[in-house]
Structures are given as C-alpha cells and as structure tokens.
Design a protein around this ligand. Structure first.
Ligand code: PLP
Length: 405
C-alpha cells in the first residue's frame, strides 16, 4: 500500500493547545510522572462542579432523549437562549435565528465553512483562541491577525484593524471576554469595531463563551446589542459558565440584516442538517442553566474561589523577576509576558517544554495563540490555591538561572 497523506486542506491548520506540548506531557505521564495540566480551560477536573439542577434535568430527560432531534436545536432550548438574549436588548430576533451545536467549537467551524471561498480574508485577534484561525484556514480563507495591545489592557487596536481591511475582507472576529488575555472590551471599542464593520460591509463574529466570568465589577456588553444594521453572529455555551465542557453544548444567534444574509443562512442550514443534530440529552441542560440560579457569580465574587485564584496567580506571577502580566477582567487565564532577553528565549515552545520536563507543569506557549513573538505564555488559574501556588513558585524557581540554549 502507498503512504496515506492528509488532505491539503489541512496545510497550516493547527491547534497547539492540544498539540506537541500535550504529547510530551502524555509521554512523561507514561513514564510515571504526575503532570499538572494548566493548558486547558476545563473547570470540572479542578473541582468546579456543575450546578446540581443541570445534572438532574439531563438525567430526568435521558429516557426520552434517545432519538434524533431538529437540526438547529430543541425548541425549548432555543426559546431559553432567545429569552436570554432578549434580556440584553436583542429584540429583533426569533428562535429561528438560533443554532445549537456540540459546543461552540462545532459552530465556529460551521460558520467559517459556510462563508469562505478560497482567498477570502477574515480579521482575527492576535493573540487569539486558535480554533478561529484553524477553522478559517480549513475553510480556504486567510486569517489576517490584528493586534490587541497589551499596553492598553489588551484592547483591539482599531487603527491596526482599519489598516488591514482589504477588498477581500469578509468579517471581523472578536473574543470578549478574551481568551487568552482576560480582557473585557468597553463600549467605545465595541462601537469602533461596529463602525468599521458597517463602513466596510463586514460580518461580526463575536465569541462570548465567557460572558458571565467577570471580575472586579467588569461589565460585559454583547456587541450585537450596539447595532441593528450590521450582521452579527454571537456565540455562547455552557462549557465555562456552567462548568460542563464535556457536555458539548453551545449555540450561536444571528442578528442584524438577516434578509441580506439569506443565502449564507441557507448554507448554515445545509451544514447544520449534515451533522443531523446536536447531542439531544445535553440540550435539556440549556433551559435549566440559563433560567436557574447563576452560581458562577458566587465563584467570581470577591470572596469566590475563581476570583481568589485569579488574584493569587496574578500576584504570584508578577512577583517572578522577568515576568509580568495584566490583571484579567474576565475568563480563566493569565497571558504573562516573559523577558526573552533576560532568559535568552528564542523559542517559546521550547521554554514550555523545558519547564514541563523539569517541573512537571504544563503551560501553553504564546505563539500557539497566534501571538507574533516568543515572549508570552498562557496559564490556566483553575487549580486549588495550594496547587496553583506550587505551580507558579515552581515557575519562579525554574526561571531563576534559566538560559535557553
Ligand atoms: N471559544 C473560546 C474563546 C474558548 O476559549 C473555547 C474553549 O476553550 C471555546 C470557544 C470552545 O467552547 P466549546 O466547549 O463550547 O466548544
């Protein structure tokens, strides 16, 4: 038999959060090492349990959830999502504007596959959540990264965005609250992005999966609420706010001039029906989650576990000589800067691997998030206090004297 090669569609497509650094962690585990994995925003393994009501509802509905369901989602789930966005003032929508998916991930790929022709450009933040860049490339598009500025609380640089718009640009992506930086965008920035989209006929894709994970009184504004003349797709889900990443439940909602997007929406419907339907039992969690007690706010309040861990890791990371980071306003990550001259770092993946091998803690290098220089890394602040403290102290010890060769 001849060698079997992957499709050319996959050239340049990567998702390094689960890439070579994780493979090395697995190899070390096979050798018997215990690895602390701070590479993935997966709350449940760190003891962040889902609200009881959600679990009960899924279990209760399991016996009647054995068949396929409607491609775009269960009616009750879509009604709950619709009502949720109505509370933010998204009034010109109906349940038909909602698509439920097996996580936001599936819907991101679907939204890109339905839109892009070869060579179409999409503006993507740098740093980004890399699935966006991967999905664009897989769909034949060209990701064009715009800068988010660390010196300005990691807000998108509107001038940079403007300078990168061409005749081929179809859309702009924002991630708000942001993974990996923890930024939460103020109204002026969102208005600026909306205005650029309006002037240049761009779609806005807004990934808002962390919309309830906010610290220190930060306010999240869904960008779709700021206009009714810009076509916008907003993404949300249960993975983070309700700590059920393994349930694989997410959604997207279409707003703005949908009449003009009928052809594209038809494409979304084709792709939605090709995967038959999203996981039915887990869709029963949506109504209970969105309508029930929002226990996430207990975790993000000043005395809440998530807030405390954010603050602890922020303080400890900033105490390491040669490392600094911005205080996150949302989400569950720090994206610290590392002084690459001081440690002679040329390759940030190598730095992460060296740290993993020496201290058995797994981070992700900044370039995995399409950041342009090898001078950042991402850390997940989900572990309990002691474990988090140990991991960050280990980083300090490791860096004391580290010189990349
Ligand atoms: N979008 C962002 C910004 C994320 O950080 C993640 C997961 O980490 C996802 C989407 C994927 O979400 P889901 O579990 O709904 O597929």
């Amino acid at each position: 038999m001849k060698p079997i090669n992957r499709s050319q569609k996959l050239s340049g497509v990567c998702y390094d959060i689960r890439g070579p650094v994780l493979e090395e962690a697995r190899r070390l585990e096979e050798e018997g090492h215990k690895i602390l994995k701070l590479n993935i925003g997966n709350p449940a393994p760190f003891g962040f349990e889902a609200p009881d009501d959600i679990l009960k509802d899924v279990i209760h509905n399991l016996p009647t959830a054995q068949g396929y369901g409607p491609s775009n989602g269960l009616y009750s789930a879509k009604v709950a999502i619709h009502q949720y966005y109505q509370t933010f003032g998204l009034l010109d929508t109906s349940v038909d504007d909602i698509y439920v998916g097996n996580g936001v991930s599936e819907l991101i790929v679907m939204a890109m596959q339905a839109l892009l022709n070869d060579g179409d450009e999409i503006l993507v933040p740098s740093p980004d959540y890399p699935l966006w860049t991967a999905a664009i490339k897989l769909s034949g598009g060209t990701p064009v990264h715009y800068v988010c500025d660390e010196a300005s609380d990691w807000y998108p640089d509107l001038d940079d965005i403007k300078s990168k718009i061409t005749a081929k640009t179809r859309a702009i992506i924002i991630i708000n609250p942001n993974n990996p930086t923890g930024a939460v965008y103020p109204k002026e920035i969102l208005q600026g992005i909306t205005q650029l989209a309006r002037e240049n006929n761009l779609i806005i894709y807004s990934d808002e999966i962390y919309d309830k994970i906010l610290y220190n009184g930060a306010k999240h504004i869904p960008i779709a609420t700021l206009s009714d003349d810009v076509f916008c797709i907003t993404f949300g889900g249960l993975s983070k706010n309700y700590r059920v990443a393994g349930f694989r439940v997410g959604w997207m909602i279409l707003t703005g001039p949908k009449r003009l997007a009928q052809n594209y929406i038809g494409g979304l419907d084709i792709l939605s029906s090709m995967r038959l339907c999203a996981n039915i039992p887990m869709q029963h969690a949506i109504q209970t989650a969105l309508g029930g007690y929002q226990s996430i706010y207990d975790l993000t309040a000043d005395d809440g576990r998530l807030y405390q861990q954010m603050e602890l890791s922020y303080q400890l990371v900033n105490a390491i000589p040669g490392v600094s980071c911005t205080r996150p306003k949302g989400a569950m990550y720090l994206f610290p800067k590392i002084d690459i001259e001081r440690f002679n770092i040329k390759d940030d993946e190598q730095f992460v691997l060296d740290f993993l091998r020496e201290k058995q803690v797994l981070l992700v290098h900044g370039r995995a998030f399409n950041w342009r220089k090898p001078d950042h890394f991402r850390i997940v602040f989900l572990p309990h206090h002691e474990e988090l403290e140990q991991a960050i102290m280990a980083l300090g010890e490791f860096l004391d004297g580290y010189q990349q060769v």
